[in-house]
Design a protein around this ligand. Structure first.
Ligand code: SAM
Ligand code: SF4
Length: 333
């Protein structure tokens, strides 16, 4: 078996699977408030289709999966998919990213089905602000989802917090305190220009250096560490005496493409070698044969670009290629 290695020597062991492009929220950095169009359900990859893609990938060295969306928990019978994927030889780790609204009643069943880890998105601890950013209520349900994830035995439970200039930057200290008091790993994420045709994202983009400045101002004694399971591109920090920890994902201010090990599968059946660029491969035509599917994975390696150009977009410089027009909800993050 020839492993999945791209032209730049990067080995690929990680596949992110979007199971739907639908969502019960409308986060302002991810989806339009109104008028979003969605893939019709008969055009989504079925669970049989997803299993075929993962079997081919696993035979080429894919080991880790992340289930995402849209909101993955709006797709019916998600635990069944997780159970099927967890039984595929070679798959050693399955994680999920969710907005947490439907998690409280599902957490135990998902754990029993074979889900290993969970990331829950939470950008604010303030109910009114939650309504502004997510354009919906429900923060209490997210908090209950976090509790249930801890009860169900997921460890570590991670919180994804997209930092937004002028919207939640004044809550950095509160999120750090949360990670100090509770066994949670808070991941601050830079706002990325994905699917934004204009430069509107610049208004709320904030480099993550601000988190380090505030952590030091608050007097935390910090140690850099790399041991959080499944940390991927996250730069992780321990606070002396803390129950939890925090991490920084800064694709714009400090690109981490040189260590990229991931591919993405969209809900409508496209393999994306890079989050940022337009290039993608249609998997539906290869579903009939495992050999065709493997060739598609190799093709994804052959066309994978060296890096994205988010920083150039921030600087107002031209782009060397065409960025994707998909929104984050249509890719999975
Ligand atoms: N609905 C689920 C959720 O919100 O966790 C999963 C899908 S969501 C697209 C996956 C992650 O992408 C979330 O943590 C979300 O905050 C993040 N995200 C969405 N749009 C983003 C953007 N423009 N920049 C940075 N992160 C983004
Ligand atoms: Fe939905 Fe997640 Fe996008 Fe928010 S970030 S709109 S919860 S898909």
């Amino acid at each position: 078996m020839q492993e999945l290695t791209d032209r730049f020597g990067r080995a690929h062991h990680y596949l992110r699977i979007s199971v739907t492009d639908r969502c019960n929220l409308r986060c302002l950095y991810c989806m339009p408030e109104e008028g979003a169009s969605f893939t019709e359900s008969d055009k989504l990859l079925s669970y049989d289709d997803i299993e075929k893609v993962v079997r081919a990938g696993a035979s080429l060295g894919i080991r880790k999966l992340r289930i995402t969306g849209g909101e993955p928990l709006v797709r019916p019978r998600l635990a069944e998919l997780i159970q099927r994927l967890s039984r595929i030889p070679g798959i050693t780790d399955i994680a999920m990213t969710t907005n947490g609204i439907f998690l409280a009643k599902e957490a135990h069943a998902l754990k029993a089905a074979g889900l290993n880890r969970v990331n829950i998105s939470l950008d604010t601890l303030d109910p009114a602000r939650f309504r502004l950013i997510a354009r919906s209520g429900g923060i209490q349900r997210v908090l209950e989802g976090i509790e249930s994830a801890c009860d169900a035995g997921f460890h570590p439970v991670k919180l994804n917090c997209v930092l937004l200039k002028g919207l939640n930057e004044d809550e950095i200290a509160a999120f750090l305190e949360l990670a100090y008091e509770k066994p949670l790993h808070v991941r601050f994420i830079e706002y990325m220009p994905i699917g934004h045709a204009d430069d509107g994202w610049k208004k709320h983009y904030l480099p993550l250096q601000k988190v380090m400045d505030i952590a030091r101002q608050q007097g935390y004694r910090l140690t850099r560490e790399d041991g959080v399971t499944g940390s991927g591109p996250s730069e992780n920090w321990q606070m002396e005496g803390a129950q939890g920890s925090f991490g920084l994902i800064h694709p714009v201010s400090d690109q981490f493409c040189r260590s990229c090990n991931r591919l993405r599968l969209t809900a409508d059946g496209h393999l994306k070698p890079c989050l940022y660029w337009v290039d993608e491969l249609n998997v539906k035509q290869a579903l009939g044969s495992e050999e065709d599917m493997k060739q598609l994975f190799y093709r994804a390696m052959a066309i994978k670009p060296e890096n994205h150009e988010m920083a150039m977009k921030l600087a107002g410089e031209g782009q060397s290629h065409t960025p994707t027009s998909r929104r984050m909800s249509q890719i999975g993050g």
